[in-house]
Design a protein around this ligand. Structure first.
Ligand SMILES: O=C(O)CCC(=O)C(=O)O
Ligand SMILES: [Fe+2]
Length: 280
């Protein structure tokens, strides 16, 4: 049975404002009953991170501990064949399998559908309803290489983190240099040089990435067992961590919730081949 969705709760310290209670109303909560959808979008705006390229929203404690336990229970109750073991992580795919000829969409199970609806109602997908979820499980020491998610998805990804924090790292794409005619050879750039910011994703948080942060830069998770909170962690003020902390990772399960537009196959075909850097 799907439990009723609870309001966001908890508190966080935000820049300039000192500790603040983040009381966003739940979909069925009393404050939303009298409000228009645009009010929910405004609510999302209050969680927008500054000092990063557009656009990142980070909402600590988006779900409660009991919702987290419920979601973890559902993830691990899935039949064994639902898991795909990859090098460095385990994956479940819900809503349909991506394919160069287009996504064959399947209905989401009820336990994911309610969260897809809750996030969509914040306006995360431009009024569309999320219909696809990837579940990733990372043990301490595991991660995901820097990548782009590819052109199949509406250019927003939303992620609920369960069980443990992680650091999501962002990278400038390789500089492609000037046009070949100018004879300028692109300078080699190390991964470290291209890494320009990280976001601390705490358990129970929601991350919404749109625009440049989703389509222009690459993202990845270092295969590490702990994370140093440095000045590159741009959202530290919204988190329960401080500069200089070293956070040990536990097993983290992430739900990446997206919208796959109908007919995305044609979008796929139009894009140059080198953009097909799919992680899965
Ligand atoms: O686990 C995460 O937060 C990131 C997963 C991811 O980048 C992906 O599935 O494409
Ligand atoms: Fe990704």
């Amino acid at each position: 049975m799907v439990p009723p969705l609870l309001p966001f709760h908890g508190s966080a310290t935000v820049p300039g404002g000192g500790p603040r209670r983040l009381d966003l109303p739940a979909i069925a909560g009393p404050s939303f009953e009298m409000e228009e959808p645009c009010a929910k979008i405004l609510a999302l705006e209050t969680f927008r991170l500054e000092q990063v390229p557009p656009t990142v929203y980070y909402i600590p404690n988006f779900i409660s501990e009991s919702e987290e336990a419920y979601l973890l229970h559902q993830v691990y109750a899935a039949p064994k064949p639902k898991w795909t073991q990859l090098s460095g992580r385990k994956l479940q795919n819900w809503g349909g399998l991506p394919h160069p000829k287009g996504m064959v969409l399947e209905k989401l199970p009820a336990w994911l559908q309610s969260y897809a609806e809750k996030i969509s109602s914040l306006g995360a997908f431009g009024g569309k309803l999320a219909n696809h979820v990837l579940v990733n499980e990372y043990l301490p020491g595991q991660g995901i290489m820097p990548h782009e998610d590819g052109p199949l998805y509406f250019p927003t990804v939303t992620t609920i983190s369960l069980g443990s924090h992680t650091l999501l790292d962002f990278y400038h794409p390789f500089s492609r240099g000037q046009h070949a005619d100018s004879e300028q050879v692109p300078t080699p750039q190390t991964e470290e040089q291209r890494h320009f910011l990280s976001l601390l994703l705490e358990p129970r948080s929601l991350l919404v990435l749109r625009e440049d942060m989703y389509v222009r830069y690459l993202h990845g998770i270092r295969p590490a067992a702990s994370d140093a909170i440095t000045e590159k962690v741009t959202n530290v003020a919204a988190c329960g961590a401080v500069l200089g902390d070293e956070l040990r990772r536990g097993t983290r399960v992430s739900l990446t919730i997206r919208h796959v537009p109908k007919g995305s196959a044609s979008g796929w075909k139009r894009l140059p081949e080198k953009l097909f850097i799919l992680p899965h």
